[in-house]
Design a protein around this ligand. Structure first.
Ligand code: DX5
Ligand code: ZN
Length: 222
């Protein structure tokens, strides 16, 4: 039986001078979802997009889901504005909330999916208590803050462990990986059992996005 892995395009490497056109180019080339990276220059040393930008992009995102990766501290004040703007999933880092469970419930109460994000230096087991509540578990394979970084090889083993932890709980939580992914390493990443991969710089640098996505699909069709 073949399993298809979701391809999510990270907006961080899109052409900011022509944002709608740049996003449209990957939507038309066939990505499954948009990964919308939000940075606040506080939780991470970089500053990106707010809900106003997502709201403006929504007409160009018909038919694909938007997963917002919140790298902001505190996270709570931005939950409703991003849901109102059109997000389908909000993912946050647990250290940016007093009570991560409460934030997950708050997101669900607003009819949105909820995800937690784990950094490369955090223990997978610390996330165990939340797994049955989650719709998505995002494993960072770089330290959050910037696009175009090198994939941290130890992430491969972490992803396998994360897969086992998720398989041991009931629920529909999707396992996703983010950072440093592209044509050169996608195949081995797909073999760890992830459900979804985020690709930023490797996709946006390609001149022929249709061909690139065809190649990604080939490498992830197990
Ligand atoms: C890093 C972001 C990632 C990253 C993905 O803080 O969360 O989404 O930009 O971009 P690439 O694929 O270039 O690593
Ligand atoms: Zn991200």
């Amino acid at each position: 039986m073949s399993r298809s892995i979701e391809l999510s395009a990270s907006i961080l490497s899109a052409d900011c001078a022509h944002l709608a056109a740049s996003v449209q180019s990957v939507v038309q080339a066939g990505i499954d979802s948009l990964h919308f990276d939000v940075m606040d220059m506080h939780y991470v040393p970089n500053l990106t997009f707010g809900p106003m930008v997502l709201d403006a992009l929504m007409p160009y995102l018909e038919g694909i889901e938007v997963h917002v990766h919140l790298m902001v501290d505190p996270v709570k004040p931005l939950i409703k504005p991003f849901i109102d703007a059109g997000a389908n999933t909000l993912m946050f880092h647990p250290s940016t909330a007093n009570d991560p469970s409460e934030i997950i419930d708050h997101i669900h109460a607003l009819n949105c999916k909820a995800g937690l994000v784990i950094n490369p230096n955090e223990s997978l087991e610390l996330y165990q208590p939340y797994l049955s509540q989650l719709d998505r578990w995002l494993v960072m394979s770089v330290y959050p803050g910037f696009g175009g970084q090198l994939f941290i090889e130890e992430s491969l083993v972490r992803l396998q462990t994360a897969r086992q932890l998720l398989d041991a709980v009931s629920g529909e939580c999707q396992l996703e990986v983010d950072g440093g992914i592209g044509l050169s390493n996608l195949e081995k990443i797909a073999q760890t059992g992830v459900d979804s991969v985020v690709i930023g710089s490797d996709l946006f640098k390609q001149t022929n996005k249709l061909e690139a996505i065809r190649a990604y699909r080939k490498l992830t069709s197990l």
